[in-house]
Design a binder for this molecule. Sequence first.
Ligand code: HEM
Ligand code: MTE
Ligand code: MO
Length: 471
Amino acid sequence: VDGLPVYTANDVANHKSLENGVWVTYKNGVYDVTQFVHQHPGGSKIMLAAGASLEPYWSMYSSHQTKEVWSILEGMRIGNIPKSEQKDSTDKNSPYATDPARSPILRPSSKAPFNAEPPMPLLTNTFITPTDLFFVRNHLPVPNVSLKTFKLEVGCDGTKKPISLSIDDLKRKFPKKTIVSAIQCAGNRRSEMSRVKHVKGLNWNAAAVSNAEWGGVRLYDILKEAGIDLDDYRGCHVQFEGLDKGPEGATYGASIPVDIIQNMKFDVILAYEMNGKDLPRDHGFPLRVIAPGIVGARNVKWVNKIVISKEESHSHWQRNDYKGFNPSVDWNNVNFDKSASIQQLPVNSAICEPSDGSTLEPDAEEVVVKGYALSGGGRGIIRVDISTDGGETWHEAELDQCKEQTLYKMWAWTLWEAVVPLPAKHGGSAQIICKAVDSSYNVQPDGVEGIWNLRGCLVNPWHRIKICIPS
Ligand code: HEM
Ligand code: MTE
Ligand code: MO
């Protein structure tokens, strides 16, 4: 590095196009990234840093703060910035400096943006996940929203004049609806997929899912107020936009097809409460979408804009992320345009107790197994099967479900429990397996190989844990 040429900020600024070359700086290095622009997994956003420093972008999109990404960058190094321009880079101006405090119990898979899940055995302690333990999935810094200025805007692409409502309007003018609904991230259980072959994304365990009671207004009522009848918009999409912004000003957004929303018409809500209190900042204060049975990514937090459109949301996370692919698709041949956005999730379940790798009492003959199960689209869970002999024999678990919900509109998760015998010849350890069946008789695949995908989404094979049984 020391022998490389020195380039001033001016030299770098003169290289900001594909024709003249694309140069960027990072810390004290100068890099020519021209050839990399078209291979960038984050798309053309890379051009925002052309002729300038990557630092503000990488502190925001901290998926770049890894050895792999640094080594890609170092491979493109062409020089150094002059001593006179070097500064010490402390992070007090981090866009995450104003994020809220979090429970130390949560286990972060990334700190900025903040992403964390609760420890597995705490997940099944209560049917309603305590707010402080609810998993958090943020892509960007948490916005600091004032109720004084907050407005929700609702309209149609181009046509109708949008209406604008404050939180006070929502609370005063519309009936309050509460609903118990689970939220599950598309990347839940990703770490199990990574064990087969590396996938890109946060390394979630099986607790990127939680279940809460949400209070708010029905989307149906708000659309009616805006003069919108979704029956007139079949084949269209309801787009939601959040207030969290990237450095280039693009906000988080997502959309759900009208045809899905029409089938659950009165159950999609704009929530201002979580477990009986104002929404906390991490979960979308002051307003978020609760679209039960739909993948977490479409449950837009800090939502301030709703638009009915012929098109899906143009957000990166709608079009170039949160999609599934055939196991042979890799980053060289992936075509995000050809795959449907994930909406309703497949049936899934996991063992939360005992913990993977834990040790039972010496010579234990049976074990109490607890976990959760859920499916997408309101499909309730009809059965959870447990095996301790590699799938030769199965035991049915007792199910704990939300009494107010029916099998075909089950938005809450199912908790389950079973007391199962351990194999007599266990040789010091055993494997426990669980699998669930939903109301359409969908089942979980027995292995992860056939559903492997480069982004590590939709991970729902039989869940297996290992336990030790000392003798
Ligand atoms: C994703 C490299 C600049 C925005 C990625 C990934 C790599 C990468 C390897 C995949 C990371 C993963 O998910 O494991 C680089 C390199 C850059 C660069 C070498 C140097 C020139 C930028 C800039 C932006 C940006 C300037 C500006 C906003 C993104 C976004 C993603 C991404 C949005 C998608 C991943 C996510 O969801 O966070 N980049 N990048 N990148 N990059 Fe970059
Ligand atoms: N909404 C906004 N505005 N910004 C986000 O980063 N993350 C989404 C969704 N809504 C996100 C968002 C994803 S991917 C998930 S899984 C859920 O929020 C997680 O909700 P939670 O953080 O309340 O658990
Ligand atoms: Mo997610």
